[in-house]
Design a protein around this ligand. Structure first.
Ligand code: ZN
Length: 169
């Protein structure tokens, strides 16, 4: 399994070597004993609802350019998931959302992302602020359940299915 893209130690710049530690091969530094532990990326996203419709953004970047996804992105170091998802909605769509609850945690299983999906509301007074803020998206739209466009990643369908199931729970 690939351990790292590092060739040199990020701490002391010595060439890394492969070493078995507790039955796992890892990239290690023979000089300062730094060990590279691969870890997943932590991603947050918000299923944002307004009057029964869901807010989606059309991706303007690869992968999955032209398909739709939710507001979201990577958690910054030192940030809580809740703060991160509120920040992402502001950065991407210029809106202040209200988080209702966590829908679920997704990912792993060979992928590099772990996704925390939140259910959120767009208060009516925030509607006039709605605008694409970054070049990451080319369009914004509200969609009813019956008219959802093609979503970018399989995990989005998993999240939507759980979101829908929780509406009637
Ligand atoms: Zn080192």
């Amino acid at each position: 399994m690939p351990q790292t893209n590092f060739i040199y130690c990020p701490l002391c710049a010595t060439a890394l070597i492969e070493k078995e530690i507790h039955q796992v091969r890892r990239s290690c530094c023979p000089e300062c004993h730094y060990i590279y532990y691969p870890q997943p990326n932590l991603v947050v996203l918000a299923v944002i609802e307004h009057e029964g419709k869901l807010l989606l953004l059309k991706r303007n970047i690869e992968p999955a350019k032209g398909l739709w996804n939710f507001c979201g992105g990577y958690i910054e170091f030192g940030e809580s998931p809740q703060v991160a998802v509120i920040r992402e909605a502001k950065e991407e769509a210029n809106i202040d959302i209200q988080i209702d609850k966590l829908i679920g945690i997704y990912g792993g299983e060979g992928g590099s992302n772990i996704v925390a999906a939140f259910q959120a509301q767009l208060p009516s007074h925030q509607l006039p602020n709605l605008a694409i803020q970054l070049e990451e998206a080319s369009e914004l739209g509200f969609f009813a359940w019956e008219e959802l466009p093609t979503l970018a990643f399989p995990v989005h369908y998993e999240i939507l299915r759980d979101w829908k199931a929780q509406q009637h729970a």
